[in-house]
Design a protein around this ligand. Sequence first.
Ligand SMILES: *Cc1c(COP(=O)(O)O)cnc(C)c1O
Length: 365
Amino acid sequence: MRTILLNPGPVTLSPRVREAMLGPDLCHREPEFAALQDKIRRQLLEIHALDPARWAAILLTGSGTAAVEAMVSSLVPLDGRLLVIENGVYGERISNIARRHGIAAERVEHPWLARLDLPRIKAVLQNSGPFSHVAVVHHETTSGRLNDLQELADVCAAHGAGLLLDAVSSFGAEEIDFSGWPLTAMAATANKCLHGVPGTAFVIAQRDALATATEACRTVYLDLQAYLRNQDQQGTPFTQSVQTFYALSAALDELEEEGGWKARRECYRSRMSRVRQHLLTLGISPLLGEGESSCVLNAFHLPEGLDYPALHDELKARGFIIYAGQSTLARQIFRISTMGDLSETDLDRLCAAFDAIIHKGQASH
Ligand SMILES: *Cc1c(COP(=O)(O)O)cnc(C)c1O
């Protein structure tokens, strides 16, 4: 029995992605690597039909946070100011990144379960500006909330601030309006909605913004301008994780063949709706309404009389890995992601596993 990962990355791999990692040994200074890198960069832009003259996909070796840190530290100019919108762990992490790099930043804090407070954000932009950039998380994985970015995008555009988007847990499955939002850049990773393996992360950025922020690059390893210069010339400044490149390349082929990001969103929606409905029949209710949740991950209240470690262990014994809530939410919720190579049979088994665990708990009372 294979173990199914229902945590928000890494995901359950398809056989094709797993086998891709067994490709030939490859030196990152050889033309075969350059061709692989070019292919991945091209395919990443093709997901949203982006013009390669305007946008660049830049590949890094690291987890999603590496891409977020590269984006923030390379794109906020030395004389720029950043406004960070926080409504969960990952928004707070962006503030931490800004602080470590000495970037002039202000925060608009929200409770973890709150939707974005647009009037308050607007007031800060108006009264404490100007800000060169606003950083926000698209899908706040802490709660499963898909932040409504349309209004925020309008407000940013009105105040001349570029958006720096943490799209780590949304890129490839949720809508990102590259032409309508004032996006400077977004960061994501291979091992969430794209179904690759951990080890490769990337930033998709406006070429113009990278060209004008060249003095910003605050680190040696996460200097996006250096990566861009090298990757545009079929090179790489540092050794890349070759095997995870193989895996990402295969995963991008699969995404394309399955019909792209919209098809993936439909697939995730149908999986999530099945899980939500089934858990409701067992008295397990979702933390957020369907309309405010992402299709990628939902949080659920822990069932009465069952704490997270017990639920986790019961499910693990049946072949499923779920995810705990963070910090104070650890005692209240559990999280289930829809990402990865899951079949209908896997979902049937998951529902049956929940049935067995909940009924067992009821029988013992
Ligand atoms: C997973 C995730 C990250 C990155 O986490 P890593 O552990 O570095 O891969 C960043 N932001 C969001 C919203 C995430 O879900």
